[in-house]
Write a protein that binds this ligand. Sequence first.
Ligand SMILES: [Zn+2]
Length: 270
Amino acid sequence: MKVVKAPFMRRFIRMAADSWEQGWHERNGGNLSYRIRHSEIEPLFDKLVLGVWRPCCVHVPMLAGEFFAITAAGSYFRNIPEDPERCVGIIQLDETGTAYRQCWGFAEGGCPTSELPTHLLNHQVRTLASGGIDRVLHHAHPVDINALTFALPLDSETFTRRLWATISECALVFPDGVGVLAWDVPGSVELALATADLMERTHAVVWAHHGILCAGATFDDAFGLMHTIEKAAAVQVRVLAMGDPRPDQRITDEDVNRLAQYYGLRLSIP
Ligand SMILES: [Zn+2]
């Protein structure tokens, strides 16, 4: 089987195409990674070409030996479906979780996204927090969640409560809330560490005036989480643009608690 025909790669490519269609990935914006199951990579071993070990720049011992599919540095999501071997690649971590080697893809001299340390740190955090269930990490630049970071106070409680109060499904889709971080240098170690700290308690972290990072067990989960947050943000942007004429006319905290009780949700704010 060709690597691009493997079910996990087909889902990876479809998610990239869907995210592009949503308008979340201008130019080479955003990145996507997937922690591959052993049963998924094993049938592809004869297709892998193992490169030299390179430093990860982070220490992720919980991910030692794991394989990841990840977008290439500088690649455009728009091009992933027609050119996955150049825009995406597979890497493996060494037995200490401090180095990686390229195994497939990254054609024409490519390498993983410069956000690789952020992805690895947050994969480690979500793998631990979810008991190994979470496998997908997706970073994108949706317009309306970014717009809200100019209008609301930059704290997790305000964003979480406002989004829960906007569409009934929000508390069901992200009962563990949305983390929010003030602006910091993209790709910096400080931003990666602050994100990983929040990711211990939530599946979604908003970076002010930049974008959002979402985690999920499956591509559907991660895509659906970002889609839901962005839709609620879009509704809020319209409400604010109308001058928020009836601020008392929304889903209240009490309503959200009733919904949580009805569906047996454990709500939390990161
Ligand atoms: Zn970004």
